[in-house]
Every structure is written in C-alpha cells, then in structure tokens.
Ligand binder design. Structure first.
Ligand SMILES: *Cc1c(COP(=O)(O)O)cnc(C)c1O
Length: 317
C-alpha cells in the first residue's frame, strides 16, 4: 500500500479570508476547504484523510463506496485509492447517470463502476463485498458521502481550526454557515461546538436536498453516535439548525439567484462556487440573514469545495 504524504500528517489548517463584497449588513468571512491540497479539495478530502488513516491500519485490497460517479465523494475516494495503489469499486444508482467532469476523473482513476437500481443498493453492496471476500480479497467499505464517525471526525478537527484562528486573530464568529447534504460535515461542526462548550454560537446547515425532518434526524443520529455517552449531557435541540428553506426544488436544480451570486463572488473575490452545494448555500445564507434581520455579526461561511462542478456550471452557460 502506497503512502499519501499529505494524509500522513495532520492536514494544514485551511485559510479563513474576510470577504470584500456586500452580502448584507454583517461581516462575512470564508473558510477555504476548497483549497485542501488533494484532488481539487473540498470536504470529502477532510473525510478521506480520516479513512486513509483507518485503511492504513488494516489489510485492504479494494476500497468500496457508494455514490453517483459524478459526485465529489466518488472523485476523491477513487483518487485516494489510485494514489494508494488500491482498487476502487463504486456502487452507483442507475437513476443518476449525469456525466460531469467528476465522472471523467473517476474513470481515469481506474475505478470500477457498478450500477444498480437505487432500491437494490444495500443488497448489491453486500453481494459485492461477499464476492471479493470469496476471492480472498479484503474490501473496505466507505459509506456514501463519507458518512459515519470517521467523516464526522474530519469536521470536529475543522471546528478546532476555527477556534485556533479565533484565538490568534482576536475575533469571534457568531454564526457558521455551510451546505449540508448527508450530514457528516454538520455533525462534526456541531460536535466540535458541543465539546468546546460554545453555547452562544449558531451553526446553520443549509440543506441541499433533504427535507428538514429527515435531514435533521440524520445529523442528530451522527452527533449521538460520535458523542456516545456524552450526548445526553451535551446536546440541546437548539444546537442543531438544519434549514430546508433554500433547497430550490432539490439536488442540482438551477436557479437564477444562485447563478448571480456565483458570478458576484467569482468576480469580486476570485472564489469559485458550484451551483449544487456551495453557491446555493451561500445564496441561502444571504436570504436567511435578511429574513432573520441579523446585523453587525461576524459570519463564517465554510466553502466545502466542489470545484470541478464550477467548471460544469461554466460549460452549461
Ligand atoms: C458532499 C458535499 C457537501 C455536503 O457535505 P455533507 O457532509 O454530506 O453534508 C457540501 N458541499 C460539497 C461541495 C460537497 O461535495
């Protein structure tokens, strides 16, 4: 198994920048997780760094995961497996056959893609795992989106980076916003907050696709799983804000307001955002602050990556 030097040590802290544009009557900052220096960055790299360490502790021949082969998750996992000299096997729902730039990268990383109806995903994964084991191979399965305690751990660490930045720069962020999908990013941030006892900081997950009830439940379960016995002691319902008010019809839907926001941030700051996650969440944050009439606060937006999707957005224009 080959090493990925970058993942052998603690990841370097990603930059936090003050934004120059006028996004409302508050002070806006952005944490650039899109700049994590592996496979075009993003939150899937933070999670992958944790899976990397776990894989290194075991005997593994093939890294398996679930997700659309056009996803950021599959791109990063396929890239990680290739860099480690391991095979990669992706179970992909046949309902989602969109061909994006991520798809081309996943193919070039040599991942094997197996499609099945979304209703048969669990069965297909089990069958495939068993088949590898029968061949004498050792598969390692990563849940879709990097969900689970290891993925959560990645964002507990990111929260610590935010605390370190605040201390060094004598600033305090009143709000943290980010795009929330499968929930591991939000679970990690909220766990970081609870463990640090940061009662008066608001973390808002802007839902990309899921409805409030289900999305919130999944994040809550991840928090409970990560905190274990401490959950009952630390968790309060008001610590978990997951809003579905800015889904705009769900995953990947185009919206004029989001496209305008992306152009403004690209031109004004030099920061690319995609339409599916980060652009939508940034736009949602601006709406949320306006609706809640929040002023004069320090707001941190976490750029969770998806850079290849920015180029898909340009191609589609
Ligand atoms: C996957 C992804 C998210 C959502 O992260 P979760 O941990 O699944 O909630 C947000 N932004 C980008 C760019 C992503 O690829």
């Amino acid at each position: 198994m080959k090493q990925i030097v970058l993942f052998e040590k603690k990841l370097d802290r990603t930059p936090i920048e003050a934004l120059s544009g006028n996004y409302g009557p508050n002070h806006y900052f952005m944490k650039r997780d899109d700049m994590l220096p592996f496979s075009f960055g993003g939150n899937k790299v933070r999670k992958a760094a944790e899976f990397y360490k776990d894989i290194k502790k075991r005997e593994v021949d093939v890294v398996m995961t679930y997700g659309s082969n056009s996803s950021n998750h599959c791109r990063v996992i396929a890239n990680m497996a290739a860099a480690m000299g391991l095979s990669c096997h992706i179970i992909s729902p046949e309902e989602n056959r969109e061909v994006l730039l991520n798809t081309g990268m996943v193919e070039r990383f040599g991942a094997r893609i197996e499609t099945c109806p979304v209703t048969e995903v669990a069965k297909t994964i089990e069958r495939r795992k068993a088949a590898y084991e029968e061949e004498g191979k050792k598969p390692y399965f990563i849940a879709g989106g990097g969900h689970g305690n290891l993925g959560t751990e990645g964002y507990v660490k990111a929260y610590q980076e935010i605390l370190d930045y605040e201390k060094e720069n004598h600033i305090r962020f009143d709000y943290i916003f980010h795009a929330s999908g499968t929930g591991a990013t939000q679970a990690g941030l909220v766990c970081g907050k609870l463990l640090a006892g940061d009662r008066d900081r608001t973390i808002v997950g802007i839902s990309i696709a899921r409805e409030k009830e289900r999305g919130r439940q999944v994040v809550k379960e991840s928090i409970a799983e990560y905190l274990g016995e401490d959950f009952a002691k630390l968790y309060r319902e008001e610590d978990l804000i997951f809003t579905d008010a800015y889904r705009l019809g769900g995953y990947g839907r185009f919206h004029e307001g989001v496209a305008e926001t992306i152009e403004a941030v690209m031109c004004g700051e030099g920061i690319p955002m995609d339409t599916t996650y980060v652009g939508k969440a940034f736009w949602g944050m601006c709406q949320y602050m306006k609706e809640q009439n929040v002023t004069d606060k320090n707001i941190l937006f976490i750029h969770t990556g998806g850079t290849p999707l920015f180029f898909d957005f340009l191609k589609a224009e």
